[in-house]
Design a protein around this ligand. Structure first.
Ligand code: NI
Length: 173
């Protein structure tokens, strides 16, 4: 299986709002597999289908040290979020090399289907809670840099576009 291509900010397709998954079937399981492979290869802790240009409500996550605790969330909905928040540095496979502070709920409860189509409730805090909120933002077309000031966001945009141009120049050599 070749890894999927991850869209990079400011690709406008990252702002697509994903549709709910209609059926949890073999096609979806294959997509989740490919997304895990892509995420592990890129050394990320989470990946939303939006980032691989599939606009359905599916995210894969693994925040474990051993990279052996895969979590799939299909049609996830946050059913509870703590009022207590924290600002922590985030990065994103769609915005490589950029890390900045985002305010998130400290803990969340999320309801989602698993790969058997069964409804599960996950209680998360710490890094997992942050990751779930970050990935679920992707599903509504939101990239974490949109929480930053317009000035910072513009700088990131310029840097990403330059990086892309440099890579394209490298590729034709
Ligand atoms: Ni991301």
């Amino acid at each position: 299986m070749t890894p999927l291509t991850i869209l990079r900010y400011p690709d406008p397709r990252l702002h697509t709002v994903a549709k709910p998954v209609a059926t949890v079937d073999a096609r979806l399981r294959q997509l989740a597999d490919a997304m895990f492979q892509t995420m592990y290869e890129a050394e990320g802790i989470g990946l939303a289908a939006t980032q691989v240009d599939v606009h359905e409500r599916l995210v894969v996550i693994d925040v474990s040290e051993g990279r052996n605790q895969p979590l799939v969330l299909i049609n996830p909905e946050i059913v509870w979020a703590s009022t207590e928040t924290r600002i922590g540095d985030e990065g994103c496979l769609s915005v490589p090399g950029i890390y900045d502070g985002v305010e998130r709920a400290l803990a969340v409860k999320v309801e989602a289907l698993d790969l058997d189509g069964q409804k599960q409730i996950h209680e998360a805090e710490g890094m997992l809670a942050v990751c779930i909120q970050h990935e679920m933002d992707h599903l509504i077309g939101k990239v974490f840099v949109e929480y930053l000031s317009p000035l910072k966001r513009n700088r990131i945009r310029t840097r990403m576009l330059k990086q892309k141009k440099d890579e394209e120049r490298e590729a034709v050599r």
